[in-house]
Every structure is written in C-alpha cells, then in structure tokens.
Design a protein. Sequence first.
Length: 150
Amino acid sequence: MKIGDCVSDITLGVNQNGQEMKVSDFKGRKIVLYFYPKDSTPGCTAEACSLRDNYSELREKGYEVVGVSVDSAKSHQRFIEKNSLPFNLIADTDKRLVEQFGVWAMKKMCGREYMGTLRTTFIIDENGVIENIYDSKTINTKTHGTQILG
C-alpha cells in the first residue's frame, strides 16, 4: 500500500469483541490505522498510550483510531483493560490484513530472523484514500499521537 491508494472497500477484520469492522464503517471520518507487533510489549504499550492520551484531540480533528496486531481478541481485551484504551483493536490472527497492507515481513533481533509485523501507521482520509504513512523509522512510540496531530 502506498499514498494515494484507495482502501475504502477493505474489511479490516474482527475487533476485540468479535465485531467485524470495515474501512467503509468510518466514511466521512479519517482513520489512524496503526499496525503494531505485539500487545503488552514496551514499545507497543507506549504507542497505544500515546494514542490514548491524544485520543480526544484526534477525535476532535475527525480521526478514528484503530489498532491492528496478529494477537487474539482475548489478548486485545486484556491490553485494552490494562491500559484503558478507548479505541478498537483488530485481531488479525490469520495475518490477512498485515499481508494486504505489506507490513508482515522478515525482521531481525539479536541475530535471529523471524516473520513479524512492521510498526506502521496509515492515515486514511474521509473517502478511504491513504494520505500519509508513518513507518518504523519515523514513528516515535512515546509521542506518536502528537506526531499525527502535527
């Protein structure tokens, strides 16, 4: 996926409560669609909490926040409860969405190679078109909410 791509008819998947969500559910609002590696890890928690702390201002500016990881709905429920997250998390357990958005890739850590989610945020406009992308090199997990607000 790249800036300018239309994603308006994409099904995001099921959220932490088992409800199916689609990009079209948010027509008329911008979407912060952020992909993160794993619930309850330090960087992912910092990123989620930054988005939580800036959630009211993001909503005032017309944004909906939706997180995506390959963790289960049950894991998402615990993550939401533990951190008081006010937004939905998609349980992409079949890796369909991470593959569709091109964020499922080979990663390296401590000399070990493995497949995982690349931390990436897609800003989708009111018509379902990608207008900006933050990748793992540009995302500051501690201040990501304010990064988006500019």
